[in-house]
Design a protein around this ligand. Structure first.
Ligand code: 5AD
Ligand code: SF4
Length: 446
């Protein structure tokens, strides 16, 4: 590649999970530290970072077509310098360099702290791939948080040792690691100082987080949450995503005891059938999962439940799929994500017998989603007439309109006097399928 000028503007496009959003924000911060500015909306960027996801569908193919559009002037007028980051970068590595000569940098999710250095080399005309996995080093090398929206993500744990047979994450994100307690307290404090009022703790298996507190005592996620809760100015805490196998009494109890821990739990089940769950290498059964949820509901009766589902796992019969519908009927999720099984190269399920035809998966997904939508709407409708606190996140489409989140993670819109970052009381006037319409309640003067 020919040497070029140092880019003046960047755009980071993050796909996939919230951990990728966090990584995308950190890469943006590093580029900003190098004096590179975010490209204004609708304008060309000199450097485009494609922060990719590999979890489902033809993610890798999509990235090649995105690269093609960037280089052929379809996305912007001038082809930018291109970096590919994220899980496709990890999985494909050098292959991307071979197939896409327009790419200057390929950087995996555990190595992106080296992006500034790779950029210097790219400016000299040198292409570089870095897919090393020294996880903690990355966090130590990242700059301090300086700016934050009212809601912020904080990665506390990364990687996965569970090896569900359909999932690529243990290969792209590596083994489970927990970030040290002191680093997390410090990062949370700087996020709050920078304007965050809500922090969501992130991890592929966030409830597997473990560490030692400042007195050297061994603690789990509940202990971390207890230590974060008193931070002055922090109003809400959330965490995602949890695995049923790593749930402990302390975390369940925390939901009943810590006021700023929001009444919301995302706990993927994937299937309601025990044979399928075993084939998936999930360590729970439908029954043990339901028992776990009962304990959460006992600790926090208003807790909103969320989950993930896969339909059409290899060998799934109609009767086994119906068990998934039954567990949905039993739980009544407030919100959920559901996917058609997608074979991931290198995972055990990709070569299992009994791969399910696409039409069958389509049809099952539709039936499942109809139930999940029914339950989400019912959950929203049940809040009609009630008052709830909303954290204002952004302006709505119409003048004077605001959008925020309820404690149960529902999107709420309302009109009136407010500002981003406010916590306001609204009365829910309508609970729709996807959001709540609220009426701002003006607090009576004390
Ligand atoms: N096919 C379909 N869905 C998948 N997920 C993970 N791997 C696959 C796959 N190969 C889903 C799971 C997981 C969520 C993040 O993505 O439901 O919980
Ligand atoms: Fe993938 Fe299973 Fe690990 Fe979740 S727990 S990241 S689904 S292997």
């Amino acid at each position: 590649m020919k040497p070029t000028e140092t880019p003046k503007t960047y755009r980071v496009k993050s796909f996939g999970c919230q951990m990728n959003v966090y990584d995308g924000e950190r890469m943006a911060e590093m580029l900003a530290e190098k004096g590179i500015a975010p490209a204004p909306e609708g304008e060309d960027a000199d450097l485009v970072v494609l922060n990719t996801c590999h979890i489902r569908e033809r993610a890798a193919e999509k990235i090649y077509s995105d690269i093609g559009r960037l280089t052929k002037g379809k996305t912007q007028t001038k082809p930018p310098m291109i970096a590919v980051a994220g899980c496709v970068a990890q999985a494909e590595g050098e292959e991307i360099m071979k197939r896409a000569p327009a790419v200057s940098m390929v950087v995996g999710p555990q190595a992106y702290h080296r992006l500034p250095e790779m950029l210097d080399r790219a400016v000299q005309g040198e292409r570089a791939t870095d897919t090393d996995m020294p996880p903690i080093a990355k966090f130590d090398a990242l700059p301090r948080r300086r700016k934050s929206a009212p809601t912020a993500f904080l990665t506390v744990q990364e990687g996965c040792d569970k090896f569900c047979t359909y999932c690529v994450v243990p290969y792209t994100r590596g083994a489970e690691i927990s970030r040290p307690f002191v680093d997390l307290i410090a990062e949370a404090q700087s996020l709050v100082e920078a304007g965050a009022r809500e922090i969501t703790l992130l991890g592929q298996n966030v409830n597997a987080w473990s560490g030692e507190d400042d007195k050297g005592r061994a603690i789990g996620l509940a202990g971390l949450i207890r230590a974060l809760a008193p931070i002055d100015g922090l109003e809400r805490l959330r965490y995602t995503t949890s695995h049923p196998a790593d749930m402990d009494d302390a975390l369940i109890a925390a939901h009943g005891e810590i006021e700023i821990l929001m009444p919301y739990l995302h706990l993927p089940v994937q299937s309601g059938n025990d044979r399928v769950l075993r084939a998936m290498n999930r360590s729970h059964t439908a029954e043990s999962y339901l028992k776990l949820l009962e304990r959460f509901r006992a600790a926090r009766p208003d807790i909103a439940l969320s989950g993930d589902f896969i339909v059409g796992f290899p060998g799934e019969t109609e009767a086994e799929f119906k068990d998934t519908l039954s567990i949905v009927d039993e739980v009544r999720y407030a919100q959920a994500y559901s996917f058609k099984y997608s074979p991931r190269p290198g995972t055990p399920a990709a070569t299992m017998e009994g791969q399910i035809a696409m039409e069958v998966m389509d049809e099952r997904l539709q039936r499942l989603q109809a139930r999940l939508n029914r339950d989400q709407h019912a959950f929203n409708a049940a809040t009609e007439g009630k008052t709830c606190t909303v954290l204002v996140e952004r302006k709505g489409k119409h003048p004077g309109q605001w959008l925020g989140k309820s404690p149960w993670l529902q999107s709420v819109w309302f009109e009136g006097e407010a500002a981003i970052g406010d916590l306001v009381e609204v009365e829910v006037v309508e609970g729709g399928p996807n959001s709540l319409a609220g009426r701002l309640l003006v607090a009576a003067p004390a």
